[in-house]
Design a protein. Structure first.
Length: 179
């Protein structure tokens, strides 16, 4: 037989097992004025009202074990952690199929673009480059640049930039969409 723990666990009513005598006792305690209450023995077989558990039948106990956690909403399931495979193309409209193709092309385009290793090296190389055209040549070209604004050429580039920006926002909204 193993020995009881040095610091015995107490029941809700305060009864503990005395480690020396192995009897159930109410341990000594200190009153607010500083005096000490004596340790009281508890008769064998006595169970105070505070220690009596509420009776639960087998069905009630089983229902308690299977009950939902507090605050749970019936019918709500957390979103799946795994990525949902795309729906079959048979159930898609023409516009949805077209959008799928656009998404695939955008993903391919993103994969093709390379991230520069060091931004400072690229800036230095462009500024001190001998192959850059002189300012007079820039003025004659039909491109839109901050130094030489050409608004006729800029309208197409601005539209492309706005379309790209709109597509980026659409992708973010799809990620945030609750299903």
């Amino acid at each position: 037989m193993s020995k009881p723990p040095i610091v015995p666990e107490t029941t809700p009513s305060g009864i503990a097992v005395d480690p020396r005598t192995l009897e159930r006792v109410i341990p000594e305690s200190r009153r607010p004025d500083g005096s000490v209450r004596k340790q009281l023995k508890v008769r064998p077989g006595f169970t105070p009202q505070e220690d009596i558990r509420r009776f639960r039948g087998t069905r009630q106990a089983q229902m308690d074990a299977n009950s939902l956690p507090k605050g749970h909403i019936i019918g709500w399931a957390p979103p799946p952690q795994t990525a949902v495979p795309p729906a079959s193309k048979a159930g898609l409209t023409k516009a949805q199929k077209k959008n799928e193709k656009r998404k695939e092309k955008r993903k391919e385009k993103r994969d093709e673009t390379k991230v520069k290793d060091n931004w400072e090296d690229d800036d230095d190389g462009e500024a001190g480059s001998a192959s850059s055209p002189p300012p007079a040549e820039k003025a004659t070209s039909g491109e839109h640049t901050p130094e030489n604004p050409n608004w006729a050429a800029a309208s197409a580039t601005q539209k492309d930039a706005e379309d790209a920006e709109a597509e980026g926002l659409a992708d973010k909204l799809e990620k945030l969409e609750v299903r």
